[in-house]
Design a protein around this ligand. Structure first.
Ligand code: SAM
Length: 939
């Protein structure tokens, strides 16, 4: 019977040894109390009682939960069977609010919290056994996440990952409490080297969510405790029992004609027909060189000697009877060609003999086991549907050859027979890992160390050579490894809770989460719902695909739909995160347009980006990212502005004070000093142009006009903040910077690449700040950097760029300060000369330099006029589409139109420029998205 917490404690006493002891209790009572569990403020006699209690509540709530658009496609009983409530539900979890209420802390604006952004190395820990305990299509190793969690949170805090996949964020959160001493010592030493304090060790609580039941099932099993000894016994028993039941299917006679061998895998080959003589060509027999184990791309026809390649062969189909429907079924022709088997520890290979073939045909005649899912693939809605159906595969069971069907069904049956639902789920977690291995998708790799896990990752591809592995070949080693791995990482009850739901609707209270770590789906790289379809069919609980954040034309989702869905998810993250707290987003960059969509979604949700980094794998260090043109893995750190700023901004919006309030608050969130190996790093986010971009984004997303031009902003920055090495600091930060700056040799500047007018200006500015130069000096360097100039960007003469943005000293009057200070520092003979000294004037003549803020404002006005004239030409000119144009002119035009609330102009010009350009330019995209929304609102 469930009891509320705080029961009678009168039987407790302190013994002679100072330990707490129990008085007058039998061994049985003590054992019973050991089994007692606390859950969401209630006490239960056992885990089973806890489950039964919450399962009933879940059952009652299912009709209401079913109305949600993210509710999986499944029957109630299948959802209930898989769920372990309140910690795991194979549908939206209705207990999350209680979990937060019970374990979280409410947001208190008086509590000071300050952290600088922190980057993670997403490739760290990829060989760790715990990480490898269960595969998923993409994974961020828990060891890559642990340092972030330690940095941003303290023990007991709540971490959220709404795109949790296999639940590595949860493993990381718990690992903070179970990390071995060696790991702790190493991390502390490396943090000390970086000038960081020791972390606070101890497990954090975690809420994990994913739309896909296949993902949350893995996440839940990783994150909930189970009886490891019982699991180890059960895996052994399962493999033994299945051998007893179907072992005969995997036996073969050794070439000595008497010894029985155990089959590891059987190699199947697709059978084609020769286009010249129409005879049969068994693909692997012709292409595989048995001595070298290499395959040949070109080979002669065994019958007519015609020169053949795989592409020149004709596909052949065989007509079978579909075991599920009993109807005729046409599928590519397959034939077993080799058997790999073991006798004791020795391994052998042979061609299948008569007995082997007769065993296979005996299996063909068996009935399809009831455990095998027979549902059709949603071929038309699947990105890779066109790879399956032309070869004859339209239903899930068809991906398994008859023997594999029998084997998997036997294992599934055995696992399902366990009454203890925690153990049952762990066994399914174990057996699940054989599913993809036993499909026809598992290729034969002649040179592979193992034939396990040889399917083409991330796609449905039926290979022409297939390794049909035995369950023991796939799972025996795995069982041992899992036993070891989970012994090192005992998950704790009540620390992780898992929901199967849309990240856009997690269902926990506002401002209740301390940190978000998330690795969202990235555009159209991986089709998670499609790929999870096979495993989910076994569980009979399928992903509801409508809310899936993906670019997939087969599901009618383009980049805009993806961005919209992501925006909903980030809005939810922002709602539930405490103000002033951080979100780390890991992004595997496939396309710049997708990267921009993610950034845009984050900004639109109200986050402020404070750091974007990429891991330089060669250097083993992070590089900051200043341009959107990156094709690498990125780590984005952003924060939810605290209430103070948002509240003040409501009053100050559109005023200069609002701008500087934002900049001051933002600067407080940025790192003050970053160094590595005696070099300091220029912090991109502290440079004028990024501070300006962040300020503009903050205003735009709140629908507020920007009261300053760029040049006015830069002038204001110089006036209000301390400038060091082209970076800006608050007065209270600059002292720390100066102190630490003295400990390093130099400051490494950011690498800038010229690809358009905007980056050309930044590059020239960087050059002139270092050294004012003549046209003859700068021109050859500029030409060298021009290689990456974008096709759509109008080519500009260097002289025009210089005249519009920089100043030239013509040798008349005093030498301007930037040139004076450069010359007097670098030339001994010019040291301490007056600004109008003739020698100095001669050396300074014809040098270009960056204007001071006041002059920059004048120049900007002139340049703006020119840009707007150009923009008006785009708007009014007869061209339907603009192929080559000045992006800076489009930006200037959009800004003016925005201030004038002329959204139609933004939309009209945006539609003239190539879609790819719009999607790849984050700034334009932001104006455009907002203009579309606003014009809709005002229509
Ligand atoms: C990149 S994976 C996460 C992998 C994870 N980091 C791991 O280590 O296993 C992205 C996940 O987002 C899920 N997903 C896609 N759309 C979603 C949505 N709207 N809500 C929640 N999850 C979603 C996919 O099912 C997929 O599992």
């Amino acid at each position: 019977m469930a009891k509320r917490k705080g029961g009678d404690q009168s039987e407790l006493f302190i013994g002679d040894d100072g330990q707490l002891r129990l008085l007058g209790k039998s061994a049985e009572q003590i054992a019973q109390e050991g089994r007692r569990v606390e859950c969401l403020g209630m006490t239960f006699e056992s885990e089973e009682e806890r489950r039964a209690h919450f399962r009933e509540i879940l059952r009652e709530k299912l009709p209401e939960l079913r109305t949600r658009p993210d509710f999986p496609v499944a029957d109630d009983e299948d959802i209930l069977r898989l769920s372990d409530p309140p910690y795991y539900t194979a549908c939206p979890n209705p207990f999350l609010a209680e979990f937060v209420e019970c374990h979280g802390s409410s947001y208190d604006p008086k509590v000071t919290y300050h952290r600088e952004p922190f980057a993670v190395d997403v490739s760290e820990g990829k060989t760790d056994q715990l990480y490898k305990a269960h595969g998923y299509h993409t994974k961020v190793p828990h060891l890559a996440i642990v340092p972030s969690i330690l940095h941003y949170t303290k023990p007991g805090d709540i971490v959220l990952d709404g795109f949790c996949g296999s639940g590595m964020t949860g493993v990381a959160a718990q690992w903070c409490g179970t990390a071995p001493q060696k790991y702790r010592r190493e991390l502390e030493a490396s943090w000390k080297e970086d000038g960081r304090d020791k972390p606070k060790w101890g497990a954090r609580r975690v809420i994990l969510g994913d739309l896909s039941p296949a993902a949350t099932f893995i996440a839940a099993n990783y994150n909930h405790p189970f009886d490891l000894a019982a699991f180890n016994r059960a895996t052994k028993r399962l493999l033994k029992e299945v051998w007893e039941e179907i072992g005969w299917m995997y036996e073969t006679l050794h070439t000595d004609g008497k010894t029985k061998g155990r089959i590891n895998y059987t190699i199947w080959s697709e059978v084609f027909s020769c286009p010249e003589c129409a005879s049969e060509v068994v693909f692997l027999e012709q292409t595989l060189d048995k001595k070298t184990n290499k395959t040949r791309a070109e080979f002669p026809c065994p019958h007519c000697s015609a020169d053949l390649t795989k592409d020149s062969l004709d596909r052949v189909f065989e007509t079978l009877v579909d075991a599920a429907s009993g109807k005729t079924w046409k599928r590519i022709r397959l034939r077993p060609v080799r058997i790999n088997y073991s006798i004791g520890k020795a391994k052998y290979e042979k061609e299948p003999d008569e007995t082997d073939l007769s065993i296979l045909s005996r299996i063909d005649d068996l009935q399809l086991p009831s455990e095998i899912p027979t549902n059709p693939f949603p071929i038309d809605k699947m990105y890779h549907g066109s790879r399956l159906s032309p070869k004859g595969f339209t239903h899930v069971h068809q991906l398994f050859l008859p023997r594999a069907s029998q084997a998997l069904a036997a294992m599934w049956r055995c696992a399902r027979a366990y009454d203890d639902s925690r153990l049952r789920n762990m066994l399914l977690f174990f057996v699940e890992q054989a599913i993809w291995n036993l499909t026809i998708l598992n290729a034969y790799r002649p040179t592979g160390f193992s034939q396990n896990s040889q399917w083409f990752k991330g796609i449905y591809y039926v290979p022409s050579q297939h390794s049909d592995c035995s369950p023991w070949y796939v799972l025996e080693g795995k069982a041992k490894r899992l036993g070891k791995v989970f012994a090192d990482m005992p998950a704790r009850s009540g620390f992780g809770t898992v929901t199967t739901s849309d990240c856009g609707s997690v269902g926990i209270p506002d401002s209740s989460v301390d940190y978000v770590f998330t690795d969202p789906p990235f555009g159209e790289n991986i089709y998670y719902a499609d790929l999870n379809y096979i495993v989910e069919s076994w569980h009979q609980v399928l992903t509801r695909t409508e809310p899936e954040a993906i670019v997939d034309k087969h599901k009618d989702k383009g980049l805009a739909e993806y961005q919209h869905l992501m925006q909903g998810c980030f809005a939810e993250y922002r709602r539930v995160l405490k103000p002033g707290r951080w979100i780390t987003v890991v992004f595997h960059n496939s396309k710049n347009a997708v990267w921009n969509a993610i950034q845009e979604a984050m900004l639109a949700a109200g986050f402020v980006v404070a750091d974007v980094r990429t891991l330089d794998k060669k250097q083993g260090s992070y590089r900051q990212v200043t341009s959107t043109a990156v094709k690498q893995d990125l780590v984005i750190s952003a924060y939810k502005p605290n209430h103070g700023l948002e509240e003040r901004f409501k009053l100050e919006a559109g005023t200069e004070e609002g701008v500087w309030d934002f900049v001051r608050t933002h600067m407080r969130q940025l790192p003050t000093f970053v160094s590595k190996d005696e070099h300091a790093e220029a912090i991109a986010e502290r440079q004028g142009f990024l501070l300006y971009d962040r300020m503009v984004a903050f205003h735009l997303q709140r629908g507020v006009t920007i009261p300053l031009s760029a040049a006015e902003f830069y002038a204001g920055l110089k006036q209000r903040f301390s400038e060091r090495d082209c970076m800006y600091f608050l007065p209270e930060q600059v002292a720390e910077y100066d102190r630490k700056r003295m400990t390093v040799k130099d400051v490494l500047q950011l690498e800038l690449f010229i690809k358009d007018e905007e980056s050309a200006i930044q590059w020239l500015k960087q050059q002139f700040l270092r050294k004012p130069q003549t046209f003859q000096e700068i021109h050859p360097q500029f030409l060298k950097e021009l290689g990456g100039w974008e096709k759509h960007e109008k080519a500009l003469e260097l002289l025009d760029i210089l005249q519009e943005n920089f100043l030239l000293y013509d040798g008349v009057g005093e030498v301007p300060s930037p040139i004076h200070s450069y010359l007097s520092t670098n030339f001994k003979e010019l040291h301490s000369l007056d600004k109008d000294d003739p020698a100095l004037r001669t050396k300074a003549k014809d040098r270009w330099y960056a204007p001071d803020p006041r002059k920059a404002i004048d120049l900007e006005k002139l340049r703006d006029r020119a840009l707007l004239r150009e923009f008006d030409g785009y708007l009014d000119g007869g061209q339907k589409k603009l192929k080559v144009f000045r992006l800076e002119a489009v930006r200037a035009g959009f800004k003016r139109a925005w201030q004038d609330r002329d959204y139609a102009t933004i939309v009209a010009v945006a539609r003239k420029i190539p879609e790819k350009v719009l999607q790849e330019d984050q700034k334009l995209l932001q104006w455009y998205d907002l203009a579309v929304t606003r014009s809709g609102e005002e229509a």
